[in-house]
Ligand binder design. Structure first.
Ligand code: ADP
Ligand code: MG
Length: 205
């Protein structure tokens, strides 16, 4: 991340200086206009490449800081866009294996998207905790509950969200429970083993 910022800041500063020098040069030597314009075009191309490079180098909050900060970041965005109140409850959870962090992040992301899209909830809580070699994650809302007839119909119109969650959980040797009742809201309970003993190679991203 530091490299990305350095590239961006230092190179950006140098490029700006180069543009300034060119502007001064043009004032003193108007006859060089065509040549100077060409150098400017090169500088613009360099700038574009630098921007792309620093963008690719910049790691995500998830890579950088881990699951909980990433979930907090995600939740703030969801709250801001939807007005949903997101409460996060978690004791300190350190860094986990990348496949676990990625899977749980994607799961929470899909779960929150579902709450916004379907639940008509005003509040949602996200709980993450580690114990006995497992990481437990819950996402519960106070909405209308899952409409069984729609959720189990498997119609093409139904998205792949829950299926995707089930898939990720299965490939990591974990368990998924969905508890839902009318007027009780919906809660997703996921547990994944911290060690990779039962993991299939099926899906890690
Ligand atoms: N938190 C929730 N509250 C109410 N209904 C839900 C919730 N999450 C999922 N559902 C129901 O389950 C269905 C399947 O969800 P999903 O597989 O994510 O597909 P999609 O979100 O694309 O419709 C949804 O269409 C919705 O009817
Ligand atoms: Mg969905």
């Amino acid at each position: 991340k530091r490299i990305a910022h350095e590239v961006h800041d230092v190179a950006g500063h140098l490029l700006a200086s180069a543009h300034l020098s060119l502007a001064q040069m043009q004032k003193k030597a108007p006859q060089l206009r065509t040549g100077i314009a060409e150098v400017r075009r090169h500088l613009d191309r360099i700038e574009e490449q630098m921007r792309r490079l620093s963008h690719e180098l910049r790691p995500t909050v998830l890579d950088d800081l881990g699951l909980l900060p990433a979930i907090r970041f995600l939740s703030e965005g969801v709250s801001m866009r939807s007005g949903l109140q997101v409460r996060i409850e978690s004791p300190v959870v350190g860094r986990l294996r990348p496949p676990l962090e990625i899977a749980l992040y994607r799961i929470v992301q899909e779960a929150l998207t579902n709450v916004v899209k379907h639940a008509r909830a005003s509040q949602v809580h996200v709980g993450v905790e580690v114990h006995d070699g497992w990481i437990h994650c819950r996402v519960g809302d106070d909405g209308i509950g899952v409409d069984r007839s729609r959720a189990s119909a498997g119609a093409p119109a139904t998205g792949l969200g829950l299926i995707g969650i089930r898939d990720r959980v299965a490939s990591l040797g974990g368990t998924l429970k969905i508890e839902s009742g009318q007027d009780h809201g919906t809660e997703l309970c996921i547990a994944l083993p911290l060690e990779s003993a039962h993991e299939s190679s099926r899906r890690a991203g």
